[in-house]
Design a protein around this ligand. Structure first.
Ligand code: AP5
Ligand code: MG
Ligand code: ZN
Length: 216
């Protein structure tokens, strides 16, 4: 099963992709995570991406298209994948179609996480992850069971993203409206577009997604 999770910053794409990854044994492909790994490694690609990411702007299409195209060939994608944060422009959506056709693959579903934008700034600025295993948390909505200790691996070190401040979130939201939202009609025209209520509790959003995927 191959699907796209679509939604603005803080909509819950990463949170839900991780949960579906386990349940359906398919790979989460987050271009944001891949770019952050490039930034930490200090690669040329990372250097090019960092400035734009820190400013809340999109990186060039060619850069993410190249990353995704080689990643889809990996062994863990054999059963399918969840695209989290890609495609984000019309050019990326078209490139994805070409890429999938050339690999004899197809998309099963594109699901939009519908959210109230007023809530997003709070979601993003309260977010943090385990520095060891990457498990995601939130100051208010998703605390570890034991304060200061990762539920998944027991690490006591956590980190926050450089772009998770209020100003950058607003720029990212604008980029979403200007550059990403226009791909919704592209997928509607193909009859692939689904929608879930992203304002429900995390567990409830997962249930809505599972229902769509089990029917697909
Ligand atoms: P990326 O990493 O993709 O960031 P984003 O799209 O801004 O989305 P986020 O990761 O912030 O949000 P999310 O929807 O994953 O929310 P999460 O589940 O964490 O991209 C970063 C940057 O990389 C871009 O700005 C751009 O520069 C570059 N980039 C990446 N891909 C690109 C591309 N294709 N083209 C060009 N540039 C690209 O949830 C947020 C928080 O809310 C968490 O703490 C979570 O616990 C909490 N939460 C989640 N769901 C709920 C819920 N239902 N109720 C309450 N709290 C919830
Ligand atoms: Mg994310
Ligand atoms: Zn951990």
């Amino acid at each position: 099963m191959n699907l796209i999770l679509l939604g603005p910053p803080g909509a819950g794409k990463g949170t839900q992709a991780k949960r579906l990854e386990e349940k359906f044994s398919i790979a989460q492909l987050s271009t944001g995570d891949m770019l952050r790994a490039e930034v930490s490694s200090g690669s040329e690609l990372g250097k090019e991406a960092k400035q734009l990411m820190d400013a809340g702007q999109l990186v060039p299409d060619s850069l993410v298209i190249g990353i995704i195209s080689s990643r889809i060939d990996d062994e863990d994608c054999k059963n399918g994948f969840i695209l989290d944060g890609f495609p984000r422009t019309e050019a990326q959506a078209e490139a994805l179609d070409e890429m999938l056709a050339s690999k004899s693959l197809k998309l099963d579903s594109v699901i939009q996480l519908a959210v109230d934008e007023e809530a997003l700034v709070g979601r993003v600025t309260g977010r943090y992850t385990c520095a060891e295993c990457g498990n995601g948390y939130h100051d208010e909505f998703q605390k570890p069971e034991v304060e200061g200790v990762c539920d998944n691996c027991g690490s006591k070190e956590f980190k926050r993203r450089a772009d998770d401040n209020e100003d950058t979130v607003r720029t990212r939201l604008k980029a979403y409206h200007d550059q990403t939202a226009p791909i919704i009609p592209y997928y509607e025209a193909k009859g692939l577009m689904g929608r879930v209520d992203g304002m429900a509790d995390i567990e409830d959003v997962t249930k809505q997604l599972e229902k769509i995927l089990e029917a697909a």
